[in-house]
Design a binder for this molecule. Structure first.
Ligand code: ZN
Ligand code: ZN
Length: 146
């Protein structure tokens, strides 16, 4: 069991199984929202404990396709916790326990600010990695535009 929560504690959820993978996105949207490191979870493994009604949503405008969820009280970035997909990304920053998975790739590295230095050996992609063979197929990533 892996717990997740926002900074103020109003929102709490748990994962019944470890996420399927972890990645880091260096695009400006993820950076500004404080959700650069994310994990993909299966909807079947994601369970709300409390605070679902506190979730605020920043809807995407074209060409972006991903809505951004955060706590309406404290602003903690949550990722796509309101997704209706079978698998969706949530922000790793709101996890309270070790998700077991580690960063497997860095995407949109071309947009990375100079002050952030990547200090691991995970694969790096200048943009989105969906066409690269190194990253396992994930239907949720197919339509991904940060
Ligand atoms: Zn909160
Ligand atoms: Zn991003």
């Amino acid at each position: 069991m892996i717990s997740g929560s926002c900074c103020c504690g109003a929102i709490r959820f748990e994962l019944l199984a470890p996420p399927t993978m972890m990645g880091a996105c260096h695009c400006s949207r993820c950076r500004k929202l404080g959700s650069s490191v994310f994990v993909f979870v299966r909807a079947a493994d994601f369970r709300w404990i409390e605070g679902r009604e506190k979730v605020a949503r920043y809807a995407p405008t074209a060409p972006f396709t991903y809505a951004r969820c955060f706590c309406g009280d404290c602003g903690t970035a949550l990722g796509e916790v309101d997704s209706d997909q079978d698998s969706f990304p949530i922000a790793a920053n709101c996890l309270d326990d070790d998700p077991v998975v580690r960063i497997r790739f860095h995407e949109f590295v071309a947009d990375k600010p100079l002050w952030y230095e990547i200090c691991d050996d995970a694969k790096q992609f200048p943009g989105h990695p969906v066409r690269a063979a190194e990253v396992p197929p994930n239907p949720s990533l197919g339509a991904y535009t940060p």
